[in-house]
Design a protein around this ligand. Structure first.
Ligand SMILES: Cc1ncc(COP(=O)(O)O)c(C=O)c1O
Length: 340
């Protein structure tokens, strides 16, 4: 008989929950071992592990969805596999082969199927893979051993009552340097962003927007999400920069904007003093898919896009199309969906 867990699906947030099994694999002497599923959710690390001192670690975030007919599917898992490989290369860590990554994610989801929110609740199973440098070595150099682990937890719909616009402020801090690790999903970028987020929330904003670290004139990231704007003549525009994380959601929206909505699209510089060209704007990422941007505060003035309370028509169409693909209500482009 299939296991059942008592979870209030409709009121799930984004909080850690211990599920039954997680994947664990060790790298030593040049090879990843076979990997196992384990019930133990505590990692046993040497106290001089480089991940703890020098931030030699990277991670990913993706979701599994339950479809209307009860199937389970992953969204663009191969893209997360590739991005983790890129992060590993940047921090001199051994890469996880794409097939290993996909199998580890799939096995963890299947082993914790009871925690996958039912179709219609707005919830999903969030999957968190990570690679960390372990083994005791106190010098600043790459670790001698590594650990790849994947765990998952049920998460709720980001917007309980439907998409709602929120306001952001421009941060005086940078999250990443020009040729630093902004393009990779590494913990140090997030540690650097905590203070900026705290200040924004204290001032009553949902989060902050980071400008480019060199000139502080161009939009980079919206908290832990990418930015997109819809111009007054219906172009989908998103920033191009060496210090932003290539969002899988953003590239999916860009594809849909071009191929389903028939919009022109471009990746280019988005100057903070040229926001007038946009009639709609949003933040995009795995967590919320799209967070509509009501307004952005810059130099003590709030620039409002579509509305502070309503969501624009193109943002709505993009959101509806992408979430329908993720939930299996409509077919996605080839290769986007992996059925388990
Ligand atoms: C800094 C940052 N930018 C953008 C994103 C959005 O990326 P994705 O769409 O792949 O979730 C995330 C979330 O993963 C992020 O942490």
């Amino acid at each position: 008989m299939k296991k059942k867990v008592e979870i209030d699906w409709k009121n799930l947030g984004f909080d850690y929950m211990k599920t039954d099994q997680r994947y664990l694999s060790y790298w030593k002497s040049g090879n990843w071992d076979k990997g196992v599923l384990t019930e133990d959710n505590v990692l046993h690390l040497g106290e001089a592990s480089p991940c703890l001192h020098y931030g030699q670690q990277c991670f990913e975030g993706l979701k599994a969805y339950r479809t209307k007919n009860g199937d389970i599917q992953l969204f663009r898992v191969n893209q997360n596999a590739k991005r983790l490989q890129d992060s590993c290369r940047r921090l001199l860590m051994p890469e996880i082969p794409e097939e290993t990554f996909i199998k580890a994610c799939s096995d963890v989801v299947k082993a914790n199927e009871a925690y996958l929110p039912p179709y219609g609740t707005g919830g999903s199973l969030y999957i968190r893979p990570m690679v960390i440098g372990v083994g005791n070595s106190i010098a600043v150099k790459p670790a001698s051993e590594f650990l790849f682990t994947v765990f998952c937890m049920p998460v709720g719909a980001y917007f309980k009552g439907g998409m709602t616009p929120v306001n952001f402020m421009i941060s005086a801090y940078d999250r990443a340097a020009c040729y630093g690790t902004g393009q990779q999903k590494v913990g140090g970028n997030y540690a650097a962003s905590l203070i900026a987020h705290k200040i924004a929330v204290k001032k009553g904003f949902a989060d902050c927007i980071y400008l480019d670290p060199t000139t502080h004139t161009k939009i980079e990231e919206v908290g832990a999400a990418n930015f997109f704007g819809i111009t007054k003549n219906n172009h989908f525009v998103t920033p191009k920069s060496s210090s932003i994380l290539p969002s899988i959601t953003k590239y999916s929206l860009l594809y849909l904007a071009e191929n389903v909505l028939g919009l022109k699209t471009s990746e280019k510089d988005v100057y903070i003093d040229e926001l007038d060209e946009f009639s709609e704007a949003g933040a995009c990422g795995t967590a919320a898919v799209i967070t509509p941007i009501g307004g952005i505060e810059y130099k003590n003035k709030l620039h409002v896009f579509f509305s502070e309370t309503e969501v624009g028509p193109i943002t709505t169409k993009l959101y509806d199309t992408l979430t329908a693909i993720q939930l299996g209500d409509i077919e996605g482009p080839e290769g986007w969906i992996t059925k388990l």
